[in-house]
Design a protein around this ligand. Sequence first.
Ligand code: NAD
Ligand code: ISE
Length: 335
Amino acid sequence: MTIHIGVIGTGMIGQDHIRRLTDVVTGAEVVAVTDVDGARAAEVASGIGARALPTGQDVIADPLVDAVVVTSWGPTHAEYVLAAIAAGKYVFCEKPLATTAEDCLRVIEAEQSFGRRLVQVGFMRRYDAGYRAMKEVLDSGGLGHPLMMHCAHRNPTVPEAYHSAMAVQDTAVHEIDTIRWLLGEEIVSAQVIRPRRTANRFEHLVDPQFMLFETASGVRVDLEVFVNCQFGYDIQCETVCESGTVRLPDPADVLVKTAAVQRTGVLQDWKDRFGAAFDREFVEWIASIDDGRLAGPSAWDGYAAAVATDAGTEALETGRVVSVRLKDRPDLYGS
Ligand code: NAD
Ligand code: ISE
């Protein structure tokens, strides 16, 4: 069976997802797209033989669209996800699910009223081979209970529009989700420490930032977010357990030895680092729609991440340790 997809937002990641839905994933076809930049939508549509529709609401209402992919700007996500639920259609929403925890709760309430899961949030690290291998090791229990995690999220540079709160809202949100998923428990507090600032940044930006999270069972996580590190896109994660540690592998690359040095490359872009994870994310999303049982990151995961990023934003502003307080988890999202 082919799932017919409508895509809202044909910018950078929208085009990348359209390419993978067209060229990589079997059983899916993008049939309609839209963008507030109508010319961009028309150009993308013509490249794949799809229709460009005037608005996101038109894509959701289109009878030929079975499922929706939302890749527009973050503040527009909640409106489209809520409309897709109202139409009874599966919806894949890039992170964030919504820019406020209140809007995430509205999505959860709408999905509960509908009676089953329709929403998947684009936390793609759960599909990365290295993170999956780490989760298998942790879940096996062979290393004992996790006690600490050391993480780093480094981007080579960011544009001027990137502001200090985006370090947690846009960047650390990926670790916030992976911490919850790897450890199988919620984050209960966040703190942000400001090291000496790098000179290689726009004046307004606090960079790097050092974040500390605590989970319900007392696991402590340190995360360096450094979005102007210059040298590459570098993601690190090591979990320290009672009787051993497990560390994320670096992406495979050849090792060159010459002229008295040895060297290996460093990726420059999240699209390359997580390309295979994005592919797997969509392969599994389409398969789960086929099965009628969504299994990927849920609206609850989007909500929990939003509450933790709000706490991180407050922690950056105040310098204090800020509690992360979640509502009770509805049965729809498991225990
Ligand atoms: P982008 O600016 O390149 O593209 C967004 C597109 O959405 C633009 O073409 C814009 O015109 C369009 N748009 C904005 N409002 C719209 C609306 N109301 N209706 C229809 N179209 C609208 O941005 P991007 O980098 O592609 O990011 C898009 C989303 O993907 C963001 O939420 C971002 O956080 C997320 N993202 C996720 C990852 C990841 O690693 N998972 C990486 C990058 C971006
Ligand atoms: C971007 O939006 C992403 O999601 C990338 O994965 C992340 O590395 C980057 O910092 C964000 O700006």
